[in-house]
Design a protein around this ligand. Sequence first.
Ligand SMILES: [Zn+2]
Length: 326
Amino acid sequence: MNNKVFGNEQLVSTLEAMSGTGRTAHSLILYGEKGCGRKTIAKYYTKLLMCGNKSGDKPCGVCETCRSIDEDRHPDVSIVHKSGKLGGFSVETISDVARDAYVMPNNSSGVKVYIFGDCDNFDPRPQNKLLKLIEEPPDYAYFIFTAQSKSAFLPTIISRCVCFGVAQCSDDEALEALSCFGCETDDSRKAVDSFHGNIGRCLEYISDEELRNKVDLTKSLADSIINKDEYHLNSVIFPVSRERRDAIEILSMLDLLVRDAAVLGKDPDAATIGCCREHAKRLSEALTAYQAIRIHMHIERAKRAIDSNVSLPLVLAALCSDIIDI
Ligand SMILES: [Zn+2]
């Protein structure tokens, strides 16, 4: 099961072709939304590089090497720990990786892999330090970076990496994946209704009550907008004013619903990407496309204000009144 990558067929076959011809990239950037499979693909590439299967397809997914990579316990595959400010990597960590990378691997594949996950807050200083290492890596060393966007990296780093976008898969593929993970059909359907082909987010939805509550809260916000009820909007959004990250997450989900409403206003059969098609449909009946765009702009502005440390209750109260005034 772990060996299967859902969706992203073209990316997977490019990686397979690279390994088949021996022209493997030493530094890889996998970028895309969190939960859409960046880490799974990073591990798939690692298994392609290291799988011990001599006859038949690689990666086999069942040999000791493949299994130990899947279970994060292969001694020559390092998931580099976060150490810098805001969950980035410190200069010291990069120095440690560089030192370690010059120690020969001790396994039959003769390969060593370093995976740097979620590089979204990677400071320029450690990146510059990293540059030397990926410019002239030891023959056996590989470096894989994941981030939401390529722009998390310095242009000098990007120019030395092969970059691939990772996309979420289709709703059907997500349902198949969730069933392979042993999720109940009912739970899987609800999860895919909310998070579509983002398997990571779907799994999180099924296992994490907090995320389910956030989805419900987002739908309540949409209800208040549909009913033009500022009091309700304020009272629903108030509990969010304690935690910046939660506020950003809920506003992002609301933004997607508003985006869907604008799209459905033009084409009622269009595909939606937000957490509830039904709410998007009702929003599209309550708002003109122009109003939806205005709400989107207010949400964007509120998110920027939250990012730049403006008082959270203040930002949310202003947003509520802006939304009702559109
Ligand atoms: Zn294998």
